[in-house]
Ligand binder design. Structure first.
Ligand code: PLP
Length: 380
């Protein structure tokens, strides 16, 4: 893949991610918020999102929301849960699940949690039991890929249990939408939130909510925020084709190009394969260098991988990541309280050659620091 002449560092990150030259170039325009060309692009973006989501236009809507991904999650929670008699249950096994609990608390929404350690996959039956025991719970929210560690939670199984018990299922699919097939209808997902700058390989600036139209209509009057009122945003856009307030024009142009590139690549299936290939190479390469994974007991996806910082006297993550940064590679510190971790992503516009470059740079960085480790057993 060719890159722009100024050669940015490659972002092996949870997002924002490395984007293609054409995605960046798409932003070199100034279109007005009411420009017909822009409005056509917005309409096309919404259509393409619904197609990607595999849902029909009569029963689901794609609502675009200005801002970062968390704003979309906050908008969805604030619009979904009724003001009178609503209660949210959140399954938590990482920072993003905890963030949903924090949001509910700020919004004044009654919230309960079923919590797990960060290296344990959410168990749908636990949620089923909780729903049986507490009839006041109306909504259940869960993160699909917990980007804290890279662990994948079983949203398919969970969705069926939530639907059987007659509650509304909400999914934060921020770091998984576009990177793996999500059967929204079949799995009973009524609200799904994702963002432009993760696996769809656009730039930051907005997020989107795929929502069952019935939920949106039923939620009239729920919104706890004027700006984050998804129903108002959807209605206005239906009437005028426009965003209610200033749209992220450049980010939308970039995203449209990113969606064309996703199609050209072969859709979600081809992207899944590229990310899986990146991740497999990364995990094997790092095992050969002697790094140990945090999710040794399973649940590993192909979005991001958490590694333990080696307990070697000469290793420091700050020094390691600084050497890599100078070499043009960005990796991320970890996010788990009890363990000293760091994270390396497999997503964004990176391919096998880039991963090979990163592994090579890591080998040199370890040599420079005087760190030698026996190889770990290679993952499957
Ligand atoms: C990235 C991410 C978010 C949103 O992050 P923002 O920084 O608000 O864009 C939410 N949930 C998950 C699982 C994520 O990976």
């Amino acid at each position: 893949m060719r890159r722009v002449p100024w050669r940015d560092k490659l972002l092996f990150a949870p997002g924002p991610l490395t984007t293609s030259p054409a995605v960046k170039a798409a932003m070199l325009r100034d279109l007005g918020a009411r420009d017909d060309e822009f409005l056509d692009i917005v309409a096309d973006v919404k259509n393409r999102l619904l197609t990607l989501a595999g849902v029909d236009r009569d029963s689901y809507a794609a609502v675009l929301v200005q801002g970062c991904g968390s704003m979309g999650v906050e908008a969805a929670i604030g619009c979904a849960v009724p003001r009178a008699g609503g209660k949210l249950l959140v399954a938590v096994n990482g920072a993003y699940g905890r963030r949903m609990v924090d949001m509910a608390e700020v919004l004044g929404i009654p919230v309960d949690t079923v919590a797990y350690p960060e290296n344990v996959v959410v168990v749908p039956d636990d949620i089923g039991e909780r729903l049986a025991a507490d009839k006041t719970i109306t909504h259940v929210a869960m993160v699909h890929c917990e980007t804290t560690t890279g662990i994948f939670n079983p949203i398919g199984e969970m969705g069926k249990i939530v639907a059987e018990r007659g509650r509304v299922f909400m999914v934060d699919a921020m770091s998984s939408f576009g990177a793996t097939e999500i059967r929204i209808r079949e799995w009973g997902i009524r609200w799904l939130v994702s963002s432009a700058n993760k696996c769809l390989e656009g730039v930051p600036g907005f997020c989107f909510v795929i929502v069952a139209k019935g939920e949106l209509a039923a939620g009239a009057g729920n919104a706890r925020s004027l700006c984050l009122d998804l129903r108002a945003q959807d209605e206005d856009m239906r009437k005028t084709g426009q965003f209610r307030y200033t749209p992220p024009t450049h980010a939308i142009l970039a995203f449209h190009q990113a969606l064309l590139e996703l199609e050209a690549e072969g859709g979600t299936r081809a992207r899944t394969e590229r990310y899986k290939r990146n991740c497999r190479m990364l995990r094997r390469g790092m095992a050969a260098l002697g790094f140990r994974e945090f999710l040794a007991s399973g649940g590993h996806g192909w979005i991001i991988t958490s590694f333990r910082c080696p307990e070697h006297g000469k290793f420091s993550f700050a020094a390691f990541s600084a050497i890599l940064r100078d070499g043009g590679f960005v990796i991320y510190p970890g996010k788990v309280g009890g363990a000293d971790l760091f994270r390396v992503g497999s997503i964004g516009r990176i391919d096998a050659a880039d991963v090979a470059g990163l592994i090579d740079a890591m080998r040199r960085a370890l040599a420079e620091m005087g760190v030698t480790m026996p190889p770990e057993e290679a993952p499957e």
